[in-house]
Ligand binder design. Structure first.
Ligand SMILES: C[S@@+](CC[C@H](N)C(=O)[O-])C[C@H]1O[C@@H](n2cnc3c(N)ncnc32)[C@H](O)[C@@H]1O
Length: 274
């Protein structure tokens, strides 16, 4: 508990995002990542590997990488990113101590506190009388961008807006709203003209102590995600993290948004777990 308070105090997060609960979620994620480090390792490694593959296709004349949902940067090949790019822009609503530490050590890193749904601040704005519609074009006009990564972010985007919409506009069709948020993120990524990689959850399975899958959820609320290069399982809550032997496994997909529908690489499914 004391550790979490310290992480919270050292997390950079604008007051409006703190009020919405983003800092709380970021701190919980850092703490969970520490507890579940062994179970998360293969997933983080797979994420890094896909980022390195996309990096290999960055045009020579581009010097900037934009990483969306950077958080504590546990899934980023930071050494390689810093060796290749003059600027590495880390974008998140909350930057935990690990991101701040990296920024102090490397002048190439720029931290940006941005909400990538475009609705977060509006959801708490008393002048906003109707449900705000998601849209974001952050960094699309930024010069020199050669790589864009959405790093295990997409399924997280609807969570806070849904809670807030349910409170302020109780008649909202929440599933439709969540789908619009995911779709707006895909549209945002499609606006870049460089290797653009999305890595994110496409399915969540709740597993009983006897190994039976008791619930299977679509974390993208029906939004169309193109086929990808690879999928793998991420044991996000291993046995022991939840009570009484239950666990949660997310299916994660890596896909190149800039290649989708353009004869991109063949789709393969890995059954590796971790
Ligand atoms: C599952 S974490 C992944 C963090 C990081 N990629 C890692 O694995 O170390 C998802 C991240 O998305 C961020 N996030 C959630 N909603 C966001 C939003 N609306 N705009 C920007 N970032 C957001 C969270 O703060 C969190 O850092």
């Amino acid at each position: 508990m004391l550790r979490e308070i310290l992480i919270s105090l050292r997390t950079r997060c604008a007051p409006v995002f703190v009020r919405l609960g983003y800092r709380h979620a970021a701190v919980a994620c850092v703490a969970r990542a520490a507890r579940c480090a062994a179970a998360w390792r293969a997933h983080q490694e797979a994420t890094r590997t896909h980022i390195l593959s996309a990096m290999a296709e960055v045009p020579d004349n581009r010097d900037t990488a934009v990483i969306m949902g950077s958080g504590p940067c546990l899934d980023l090949p930071m050494t390689e990113l810093l060796a290749r790019f003059a600027r590495v822009i880390l974008v998140d609503v909350a930057h935990p101590p690990a991101a701040l530490r990296l920024t102090r050590q490397h002048s190439a890193i720029e931290l940006m506190e941005r909400d990538l749904t475009g609705v977060a601040a509006l959801l708490t704005d008393s002048a906003q009388t109707t449900l705000p519609q998601p849209a974001c074009n952050a960094f699309v006009e930024e010069a020199g961008v050669g790589l864009v990564v959405s790093a295990n972010l997409v399924s997280q985007l609807p969570l806070v807006p849904l809670r807030q919409a349910a409170k302020r506009w109780p008649d909202t069709d929440l599933a439709t709203y969540a789908k619009a948020i995911v779709t707006a993120h895909l549209d945002h990524l499609r606006a870049f003209n460089c290797p653009t990689l999305l890595i994110g959850d496409v399915q969540r399975r709740v597993i009983a102590p006897d190994g039976q899958v008791t619930e299977m959820e679509d974390p993208l609320f029906g939004a169309e995600l193109p086929a990808g290069e690879q999928e793998w399982d991420w044991t996000v809550a291993p046995v022991g993290e939840l009570s009484n032997g239950w666990s949660i496994v997310n299916r994660v997909r890596a896909l190149r948004i800039d290649q989708a529908g353009k004869n991109g690489p063949a789709f393969t499914v890995s059954h590796r777990s971790g």
